[in-house]
Design a protein. Structure first.
Length: 333
């Protein structure tokens, strides 16, 4: 079977490609390398993998690459941390809508031509205005819409998926990743990105940011807000497995799933964990700074549906994820 993956050189996308190849699929990976340039992780070389550098919003290219494909994983998007979302709000809305519309259009065009399903990668940010814990699938349509352009656009991804099914009969599955962690979130410099821009994008993700600063023994150690923001974290290889399980599952047809690890903690506890893994025995002095306007207080999903329908049961402990990022940043700093 053959799968087209957009955003294939991205952090999650690269692991999805590896998971597909390990399961015996033939894979075409599309990425325009626009955010960071070519990733510092070694490019994937495999006889069943074809890498294409190009725009996931290019309908002609996507139509060409999707020929003979059984599945499309629509993973491409402009994505980053909270600062990234704020700084590039209009670009995110414009470009991501263009990209998802193209994916949906390809699903419509390839309907009846062998394409079984489009699997759309959404985001935990659709729950941005949720005021509690245990986010359930369906809550995204019961709570106020996201305030950020990124969260709102990711919610629109889900509407595109359902509308293409409703009007054109294109089967879909929606997956919502929560806080992926692993090697690969620090990237190589390239000519179109200044050093300052690169660092702002890299440090938008909390664990690589904390690791970099702990390795520099930053004192006092800065934490945005009161530190009581709660997050669950997902090992990126577990996430890739969950996305592929969702793609493969017939029971997941025309359904949506929260994909997350089981272990969570506050941002303050995370900072202490990172500090202690990097600097054992060294006292940690913390300074709290004003929270970012769009920072979400709680990201704590209910994942029982993914466990029941997909058999998705991630078990990787948080300290193992953190240790992998520490090793990665040390090697690529």
């Amino acid at each position: 079977m053959k799968v087209l993956v957009t955003g294939a050189a991205g952090f999650i996308g690269g692991y999805v490609v590896e998971e597909l190849l390990a399961r015996g699929y033939t894979v075409v990976g599309l990425d325009n390398l626009s955010k960071y340039g070519r990733p510092a992780r070694a490019p994937i070389e495999h006889e069943r993998y074809t890498e294409v550098v190009g725009d996931a919003g290019n309908a002609e290219l996507l139509h060409e690459l999707s020929a003979g494909c059984d599945h499309l994983i629509a993973n491409a998007a402009m994505i980053g941390g909270v600062r990234y979302m704020s700084d590039l709000a209009y670009d995110i809305l414009r470009e991501n809508n263009r990209i998802v519309q193209t994916a949906a259009d390809i699903g419509i065009a390839r309907r009846g031509q062998g394409l079984r399903k489009v699997t759309y990668v959404s985001s935990s940010m659709v729950y941005e205005k949720h005021d509690g814990a245990g986010f359930l699938e369906g809550d995204e349509r019961r709570v106020p819409p996201p305030a950020t352009a990124y969260g709102f656009q990711k919610l629109s991804v889900e509407y595109y998926a359902r509308a293409a099914w409703s009007q054109h009969g294109v089967p879909y599955t929606i997956v919502r990743p929560f806080n992926c962690v692993g090697a690969g979130e620090r990237w190589a410099q390239h000519e179109s990105t200044s050093s300052d821009q690169l660092q702002r994008m890299v440090r938008g993700h909390v664990i690589p940011d904390f690791v970099e600063r702990a390795l520099r023994c930053e004192t006092p150690f800065r934490i945005l807000g009161d530190g009581r923001q709660f997050r669950t974290f997902t090992y990126v290889r577990d996430m890739a497995r969950g996305i592929v399980l969702a793609m493969e599952s017939e029971a997941a047809r025309n359904d949506d799933f929260n994909l997350s690890g089981r272990e969570g903690c506050t941002v303050a506890d995370l900072a202490r964990l990172v500090w202690e893994r990097v600097n054992p025995g060294l006292p940690m002095v913390v300074r709290h700074e004003p929270a970012l306007r769009d920072d979400v207080r709680v990201r704590h999903p209910d994942t029982s549906k993914a466990a029941k329908v997909l058999g998705f049961l991630p078990e990787t402990p948080l300290h193992v994820m953190v240790d992998e990022v520490i090793e990665w940043v040390r090697e690529h700093a």
